[in-house]
Design a protein around this ligand. Structure first.
Ligand SMILES: Cc1cc2nc3c(=O)[nH]c(=O)nc-3n(C[C@H](O)[C@H](O)[C@H](O)COP(=O)(O)OP(=O)(O)OC[C@H]3O[C@@H](n4cnc5c(N)ncnc54)[C@H](O)[C@@H]3O)c2cc1C
Length: 411
């Protein structure tokens, strides 16, 4: 028997397996991950439903995340539908005994012309979906993974359309309840918060001057973020029952409530149609990769929407995972590669999650020491420009605050 064609076909199959990556989940993180792996020379099986183009939220993406979108050909088509973020302001509106002064962060203080762009999720998701559709290295199966088999040398996904796909590495971008994470045996600590975010967009009569204002209240932040023109988006974190009451209000009453909350700083407010409520929670897995599965996006971290961190962090997950996969091309899902990914992501994810959860808890806490700590922290930030610059740089690019400080010390 001639064994050569058999061996050749085995070799071809094995090479195909080495170069293929499964990405499960088609939220923004899954779509960006698919594009990034294709850009890095991998073939991608992307599994998940059609992109969500009904999502009324907006997303503020910071400059490093935008640089990644630009590299993947996604930024140009959406940039003109987004608004630059030039100034970010924190206002203590808690009405508690100890209150903090207003803290203002300006991109110009750290020589950036903007911190980032705020864009409608409908635009982001549609642009990502169009770019994925035009990328020949991505095969998008609009189905769900119904079960996983994770073997020593490969991950196999059984799809609800009856097909199976396999690869060395499975990227879990399947959101906060990640089935892939569960299949990999990764435990997760979860914490529900007694809060929900009411999300809507509104028009206003005064210019926002590309400023985002985050009012800290006893129930959580009330955050206005600029959109193009005299429009802004709002994420208003309140008790779940208050969110229900607010959504039930007529347009005029709700507009007045928002205008009052904003101390009329944007003039007359008119809410647009479309109100959404998101219950808030936190979730942190015990590890970020295991058994041929690497976690990205909300599969790897869930926390309240404070300071526009979630998707920015998800894009950094992808960036690090691509780096590790490129260094382990022969087997990007090997135990060594996954350990390297876990090691790389751990500090950034834990630092961001803890900071956001801590800030949220100090807002909710009635305890004087918690309020004093938050107030003192904001006061020091307001008064001390180098510290403000440090936090702004760290906020944009982890590690860059430290390198600016060591650079200045060396000088
Ligand atoms: C109110 C609010 C405002 C926010 N604002 C910002 C902001 O300004 N800036 C920022 O950076 N972040 C922000 N975030 C966070 C950001 O929205 C999230 O980090 C981001 O949406 C997470 O995307 P994801 O793709 O990981 O998850 P998801 O969007 O949840 O996507 C998960 C995907 O997995 C799919 N899926 C699930 N199970 C399966 C399966 N078995 N098989 C296949 N597919 C599956 C789902 O259908 C879905 O498509 C905000 C969050 C909230 C709630």
């Amino acid at each position: 028997m001639d064994t050569e064609p058999f061996l050749m076909s085995n070799l071809a199959q094995s090479q195909e397996l080495d170069q293929r990556v499964i990405v499960a989940g088609t939220g923004p993180v899954g779509l960006i991950a698919a594009l990034a792996f294709a850009d890095a020379g991998f073939r991608v099986s992307l599994i998940g439903p059609a992109a969500n183009i009904q999502d009324g939220r907006t997303t503020a993406l910071m400059n490093p995340a935008l640089a990644m979108l630009d590299r993947l050909g996604v930024l140009k088509p959406l940039a003109h539908k987004a608004a630059p973020l030039k100034v970010m302001r924190i206002v203590d509106a808690t009405g508690r005994l100890i209150r903090s002064p207003v803290v203002t962060f300006r991109a110009s203080e750290i020589d950036e012309h903007r911190f980032g762009l705020n864009m409608p999720n409908t635009v982001l998701n549609q642009t990502l979906a169009d770019t994925v559709a035009a990328q020949p290295a991505i095969e998008w199966r609009k189905s769900l993974v119904s079960s996983w088999r994770l073997e020593a040398d490969r991950a196999i996904a059984a799809l609800s359309d009856g097909h199976e796909v396999e690869s060395r590495l499975a990227v879990a971008a399947d959101g906060r309840l990640s089935q892939a994470r569960q299949a990999a045996g990764i435990a997760v600590s979860t914490r529900p918060y007694p809060q929900a975010a009411l999300v809507l967009n509104f028009t206003h009569t005064s210019d926002h001057a590309f400023t985002s204002t985050e009012f800290h209240t006893e129930t959580g932040p009330f955050t206005q973020v600029p959109l193009p023109g005299k429009r802004s988006s709002l994420v208003w974190v309140v008790k779940p029952e208050t969110a229900q009451e607010l959504t039930a209000l007529d347009n005029e009453t709700l507009s007045m409530r928002i205008e009052k909350k904003m101390q009329s700083m944007l003039g007359r407010v008119t809410v647009e149609s479309g109100r959404q409520i998101y219950p808030l929670s936190a979730a942190t897995p015990w590890r970020f990769a295991h058994n041929r599965v690497a976690l990205v996006g909300e599969a790897a971290h869930v926390f309240p929407p404070i300071g526009a961190q979630g998707l920015n962090l998800g894009i950094r997950d992808i960036d690090d995972l691509i780096g590790v996969a490129q260094q382990n091309r022969a087997d990007p899902g090997s135990a060594n590669a996954l350990a390297a990914y876990d090691f790389k992501r751990r500090p950034d994810i834990l630092a961001r999650s803890s900071a956001v959860n801590l800030l949220n808890m100090t807002l909710l806490s009635d305890m004087l020491p918690a309020q004093m700590a938050r107030s003192a922290g904001l006061d020091v930030l307001r008064a001390f420009a180098p510290l403000r610059a440090f936090f702004m740089r760290e906020g944009l690019r982890p590690g860059s605050g430290f390198s600016a400080v060591t650079g200045a010390l060396r000088k």
